[in-house]
Design a protein around this ligand. Sequence first.
Ligand code: 173
Length: 317
Amino acid sequence: MKRTVCFLAAALAPTLASAQEANLRLVSAFPESATYVKHMMPWIEKFNAGGKGIAQINFIGGPKAIPTFEVGTSVKNGVVELAMNTGAFYTNLMPEADFLKLTQITVAQQRKNGAFEYINKVWNQKANLVYLARMVDETPFHLYLTKKIEKPDLAGLKIRITPVYRDFFQSMGATLIQTPPGEVYTALERGVVDGYGWPIHGIFDLNWHEKTKFRVDPGFYNAEVSIIMNLEAWKKLSPKQRGYLEKQALALESMNSAWRKLNAEDTKRQAQAGIQAINFDSATAKAYYDKAYDIAWASATKQSPEHAPQMRKLFSK
Ligand code: 173
């Protein structure tokens, strides 16, 4: 009898524990030295401090734990419950992932106008994911170069890309080389690439400023980094746990004003590091900017005729 009780208690213990406190493993698709990880860690600390007996996040690490372009699949399959990721890194799951760069309104506005709900519907259905919180917003991407250009013509230049920049840079004649962030420095150092796409912030984190001579203005699109979650792991949570996660998601999004500040600081810091801004005449600059969006939406519509037009309506100003 005593033995049976012990056996039962041992078998039930993990279930009971998980019903009380969910242990959520989180990986980052960005290197651990990236600004995004620095931004997220204090949030995880607060999450865990307030989540005793409810839910805890266990930060596993960056691309050394799971390679950048495999993080999406790992969350889809439940190898980990959570990831900090960007859509460009999980287009293998669905083309729509990369459309989040095309939002022209903030995530707070997306929660109001139905865009956030729409994203979740697609993420649930097509990738077994919950789109929990957008933690980078209001941040343009730029083209950075080691060689000067006089006009938006990248013929003869090898440019590091992810899906974010592919169609746009290709339309300017660039030779494209896709790498995760962790391989950009080596690619620059070895002359494998003459430039790269990246947001206005963060180029100092991995020392790319050492190899960067020019930044092309204006910026384009809106950098997206978010917390995504495995759908089954989400469904397993109690209403209280889900409520806690949603509350913390909003707390993370409320930290997004930090980007405006960092973007201004990093723009200055780039100038101080000797990185020159390349400015086209205003008509050329406008054409460059408009082309970025026109090409991206044309490509999106081709890849997802069902969702792209609706997302375009929900994402535009
Ligand atoms: O790696 C990238 O250039 C990229 O796609 C990205 C997306 C969002 C934020 C930072 C980088």
